[in-house]
Design a protein around this ligand. Structure first.
Ligand SMILES: [Zn+2]
Length: 84
């Protein structure tokens, strides 16, 4: 009998991206969609210990996407008089 790496009774804390509060999540729900026990917001469970790898790229991509979005909005909304 070999035990699984994750014990189903082990929890970890993840900050809810919706309300910013720590949420207790079972490790066997990693990678699955979970719901915040405070606000009911849904998000994907991720182990913070594992998050130092590819998730940083995700973040960078997300940040870039947001920056581009803001830039586009900024250029669109800034269609006022130009000082040349
Ligand atoms: Zn929440």
């Amino acid at each position: 009998m070999s035990e699984p790496i994750f014990n189903a009774d082990v929890f970890f804390n993840q900050v809810c991206p919706v309300c910013g509060r720590p949420v207790r999540i079972r490790v066997n729900l990693l990678g699955r969609r979970v719901y915040c026990q405070h606000c009911g917001g849904g998000f994907t469970a991720r182990d913070p210990a594992v998050g130092s790898g590819p998730s940083t790229e995700d973040r960078a991509d997300e940040l870039l996407a947001r920056a581009n979005d803001r830039l586009e909005r900024a250029t669109c909304g800034d269609a006022g008089p130009r000082f040349t």
